[in-house]
Design a protein around this ligand. Structure first.
Ligand SMILES: [Zn+2]
Ligand SMILES: [Zn+2]
Length: 495
């Protein structure tokens, strides 16, 4: 499609000579709201707080254009230029290699598009980003918003109060909660406070699994509030809701939508490596808004900002069951890779495993790479044939985790895929080759955090088998020890 400016507004044009693709129009005028115009309520629901392409919504260009001319719809440039450098307005991509061109039938030119966010629909130089400029849809709030009746631990209460305060004050705040502290409950009072103040709130996380797990819990806690649950292929895509749970990818469709964003697991893949997701989270916030970060393992930069007093944060150093976190032990196991090549495992690793098998204690064994893990699996199946192994691309991943929960498997070998998000009540944990670079401080803290989670079995052994201690191993252990110390100091642990 092509546009031209006439009498101070953007209009559609079919004549090539006097019109341009929208990315080439320097400034897009925004008409005044016409209060007498009967706007479409469905379109209002679809576009409020969003940045969508025409292809995303079931409305004709004519209808959109009429709403624009009456001031209700906004057109934004899909691709903006910084000098000659294109920047994708949706995902923030500015890498030239992530842009490409195609012969476009819409604008009849060679059209530039962003390959980086292509999975969200093609955004090209002639496709405006559509938004809403009219009144927001009415939301009816129940008198009692939060129906959850559980209790918080002392540590959770302190953090919960901070979340409420940050939401009221539109501040940024980090909740640094150890694995198994019970961080979801810490959000309830804050979500309630936001909804009571008629604020729109979003909980975003890098992982779809987390969205699927959080949705029923939040629907149960807030039964009279509309909850939109957004992930690739979800049915709530067009649902306008005061409470949204979304993957960070889905935030790419939002624009200045939320008064509060709670960002869970900021340290998890792919959020940490993809700048576009950080861009998406920033864009989805209103200019005045609160941002709550939630993690068990902030990166080095954030940790030092916390220590230097440059970042507002609250720790929850103790688990709900008031037992300290298991501290990893370091055990040297020699050149284990070389031994594996000879179809052998280090003797102390074998001993560790056999001890668990004899005692009927389940264990998770982490490996840095799939081929080495597969080799170890063959060896270990000679000892116990029902041992299994999982990795990210394993189609039976869910079944195997289920089997482990049902105690049908004594030992589960895994890559870092199970470093977070899974809870088995009574397990020991070992890392084979903890010196590998894949085992960062954050990964190791998460792995150690798999042990001792349940109140019936609050202890668990965590062993890092290594061929040379690394900085990351030492930092991980130091972080765990220091959380335990803080737990003791604040009286949050029973010793
Ligand atoms: Zn085009
Ligand atoms: Zn893009």
């Amino acid at each position: 499609m092509r546009f031209t400016i006439k009498n101070g507004i953007l209009i559609l044009s079919n004549t090539l000579e006097d019109s341009l693709p929208i990315a080439k129009i320097p400034t897009i005028p925004q008409p005044q709201i016409n209060p007498n115009f009967a706007y479409n309520r469905e379109l209002q629901q679809l576009l409020t707080g969003k940045q969508l392409l025409l292809d995303d919504i079931p409305f004709t260009l004519d209808e959109i254009q009429t709403h624009y001319q009456n001031g209700y719809v906004t057109y934004r440039q899909p691709i903006v230029y910084k000098g000659k450098q294109p920047i994708c307005a949706r995902c923030g991509n500015k890498e030239p290699q992530w842009f490409a061109t195609f012969p476009c039938s819409r604008c009849e030119e060679t059209c530039l598009y962003c390959r980086h966010c292509l999975m969200m629909g093609r955004i090209s130089a002639c496709t405006p980003l559509l938004g809403w400029n009219g009144p927001v849809p009415d939301t009816i709030y129940p008198t009692k918003i939060l129906e959850w009746e559980g209790t918080l631990s002392e540590g959770q209460t302190v953090a919960s109060n901070q979340v409420v305060e940050a939401i009221h004050g539109n501040q940024e705040h980090l909740i640094w909660a150890v694995c198994g502290a019970g961080k979801t409950e810490v959000l309830f009072a804050g979500i309630e406070a936001a909804l009571t103040a008629k604020k729109r709130i979003c909980i975003a996380t890098p992982r779809t699994d987390v969205v699927l797990e959080l949705t029923p819990r939040l629907k149960a806690a807030f039964p009279n509030i509309t909850v939109a649950s957004l992930y690739g292929g979800s049915e709530d895509r067009h649902l306008f809701a005061p409470l949204t749970i979304a993957t960070t990818h889905q935030l790419l469709r939002f624009y200045q939508a939320f008064d509060t964003i709670i960002l869970d697991e900021v340290d998890a893949f792919p959020y940490t490596v993809e700048e576009s997701l950080q861009h998406a989270a920033t864009q989805a916030r209103k200019t005045t808004s609160a941002m709550i970060y939630l993690t068990a393992t902030p990166n080095q930069k954030w940790q030092s900002e916390c220590r230097a007093g440059k970042r507002a944060y609250t720790t929850i150093p103790a688990r709900f069951h008031r037992h300290p976190l298991p501290v990893p032990e370091f055990v040297w196991c020699g050149n284990w890779q070389k031994r594996l090549q000879k179809n052998k495992l280090p003797q102390n690793v074998i001993d560790w495993i056999q001890k668990r098998l004899r005692a009927d204690k389940q264990a998770l064994l982490f490996f840095p790479h799939i081929p080495l893990m597969e080799k170890a699996l063959t060896i270990l199946r000679r000892i116990a044939p029902n041992i299994e192994a999982v990795h990210a691309e394993d189609p039976d991943r869910k079944i195997k985790v289920q089997k482990m929960r049902a105690k049908e498997i004594p030992l589960l070998l895994t890559t870092t895929i199970l470093e977070r998000g899974v809870t088995f009540p009574n397990i020991d944990v070992a890392v084979i080759g903890a010196e590998d670079t894949i085992f960062t401080e954050s990964a190791l803290v998460q792995i150690a955090g798999r042990a001792g989670r349940s109140k019936d079995y609050p202890d668990g052994v965590v062993t890092f088998f290594h061929y040379g201690k690394t900085d990351q191993m030492i930092k991980a252990r130091r972080q765990i020890v220091s959380m335990n110390r803080e737990g003791v100091r604040r009286g949050l642990l029973d010793l």
